[in-house]
Design a protein around this ligand. Structure first.
Ligand SMILES: C[S@@+](CC[C@H](N)C(=O)[O-])C[C@H]1O[C@@H](n2cnc3c(N)ncnc32)[C@H](O)[C@@H]1O
Length: 224
């Protein structure tokens, strides 16, 4: 099989993202588009210097070192919207061992399973839908990279991430610059803060993300 040249890959990825940004959080269409992208996703985003998974995993490492007394091997992590498993691979590299994941899309999740770094991966979990089957307060850290993006998960998906994370645990999430500008994510953060659900603990603003796009990387502590 011929390897597509870099320009072609960049062009294809940009078109995919534009298509996704127009899907208005429709779970069926999102799953179809990501299902069709699963086989080339890793190669495509690596051509775009996608560094979101590294930043998110390293923030998880920093939070564990700074705040969580147990060693990394004993910290439970949920990778929400795990895709093909790029975040899980980075978490594993940093010594995390108890990593679960979920995604909307079977084809993406299947690739994540094949990385061998996840204990359990669920599919058909829609962060825009009803609360998932995960019990409340299940995880020490919940990570979510590339999922709060245009056309994908609405800002109130953050509530579900907070629900499944234990008190004094952490949610770490990226939001692309475009997403922040186009949605009420920051209002949602303020609302959850004022209602005593989360406490913003850290935010790397306008960090490198993918290609020439920047993102905020948020760390929230779950209020006990
Ligand atoms: C840009 S990819 C990011 C995947 C991975 N976290 C990464 O950083 O490579 C977005 C992922 O979110 C999933 N997704 C999109 N909308 C979702 C939703 N409403 N609920 C759960 N997952 C969703 C997609 O299936 C896709 O695998």
């Amino acid at each position: 099989m011929n390897t597509p040249d870099r320009e072609t890959v960049l062009d294809q990825s940009a078109r995919k993202r534009t298509e996704i940004s127009r899907l208005e959080a429709d779970a069926g269409r999102l799953a179809r588009v990501y299902g069709g992208w699963a086989s080339s996703y890793d190669l495509d985003v690596s051509c775009e210097n996608y560094c979101g998974p590294i930043v998110v995993a390293e923030l998880a490492g920093a939070v564990q070192t700074a705040y969580l007394p147990r060693g990394r091997g004993a910290i439970t992590v949920l990778d929400a919207g795990c895709g093909t498993g790029l975040v899980g691979v980075q978490l594993s590299r940093l010594g995390f061992r108890l990593i679960d994941g979920f995604d909307l899309t079977e084809e993406m999740a299947e690739k994540a399973r094949r990385t061998g770094v996840y204990c359990d991966i669920q599919v058909d979990v829609d962060l825009n839908g009803a609360p998932s089957k995960y019990p409340s307060a299940s995880y020490d850290i919940t990570v979510c990279c590339g999922v709060f993006g245009l056309g994908q998960v609405r800002p109130d998906g953050l509530r579900e991430l907070a629900r499944v994370t234990r008190p004094n645990g952490f949610v770490i999430a990226s939001t692309s610059k475009q997403y922040l500008e186009a949605t009420s994510f920051e209002d949602e953060v303020q609302h959850l803060q004022h209602t005593g659900v989360v406490m913003p603990a850290q935010c790397l603003t306008y960090g490198r993300y993918i290609a020439d796009e920047y993102a905020h990387y948020w760390v929230f502590r779950i209020v006990p």
